[in-house]
Design a protein around this ligand. Sequence first.
Ligand code: ADP
Length: 360
Amino acid sequence: MTSVELAGVTKSYAGQRAVDALDLQIRSGEFLVLVGPSGCGKSTTLRMIAGLESPDAGEIHFDDRAVTRLPARARDVAMVFQDYALYPHMTVRQNLAFGLKMRRVGRAEIASRTAATASALGIEPLLDRRPDQLSGGQQQRVAVGRAIVRQPAVFLLDEPLSNLDARLRDELRVELVRLHRQLGTTMVYVTHDQTEAMMMGQRVAAMEGGRILQIDTPMQLYRQPRNRFVASLIGSPAMNFIPARRQDGQWVSGTYRWPVAFAAAASDPGPEAIEIGIRPSAFRLQPTDPQELALSLTVDVVQPLGATALLQCNGLGQRLSVVCDQAAVPQVGDRIEVYVAAEELHGFDAQNGENLKSEI
Ligand code: ADP
């Protein structure tokens, strides 16, 4: 098992910073996910770890070994891309064995590793087929197999499931998590899909503009997002944001007074304007505690999700999403009261997006 450390890693293309003085410590044996919108620098970061791009500045270490100036083949990494690019004229078995042959691994060793990999991925019945005789999901399994059969020190995956349909994606997510548990290899996984990040990562690094804004367990990112960007990135349906301004020492949105204090720090007068963040699932249609806040909303759209439903409502002069039990779904046009506990409210500085609640 190998740890990976990036220190001050920077990369620009045509004067534009793709990755900006990035510090990142990936623990030995960890499954780390880089998540963020398209163009935020995830792939570039991964490609620099792989040795497919070299940083303009900064250092990369695998354990104590400086690898910054080593080419990919000297780093002992394996990478899987969205586009699986199997060798079309080779069978699955030959695809799996190819990298080992090039490294002059012995025949018996190749046979046993290929068999073990095929078994781990459930692709034994496919070993004698060619890629054009496989479905997309099967091809991607083989691509993963081709990477793990090499037993790399670090396993890098760049949006490997994006080309698959939703059901297959769900299946392969589970398999990759199980595979990680079985192999214990350090894995770095890039995705723009926050659901995937939440489901797979032991830790998740939320990226924007070539920087990591927060790195923590999925549930910490969900419960205590450091800023508005992370709060809006993580969690589905997305958090509601309601502008509020300071009036007579209270936060107000229109005529609604929030009975909650938000401050940057005790000594700091704090911002004049904030956004109140409330997750759609934090609302209740019945109060569970008399202390809870109540909001009056009008139901505009009802979207069944199965056990729950997503309500698009109007209230406080804007649109608000509410998740409720399917058993208690109101009608379109209904006026409803929703309740939320004060602890479920976040306050974000309207200027810099900082989450103020965590600092009270
Ligand atoms: P992500 O993986 O988060 O979508 P990338 O790391 O691919 O983001 O890209 C980060 C930024 O760097 C983007 O603005 C992208 O256009 C730019 N970029 C990435 N690779 C290249 C390249 N080879 N040449 C020029 N610009 C690039």
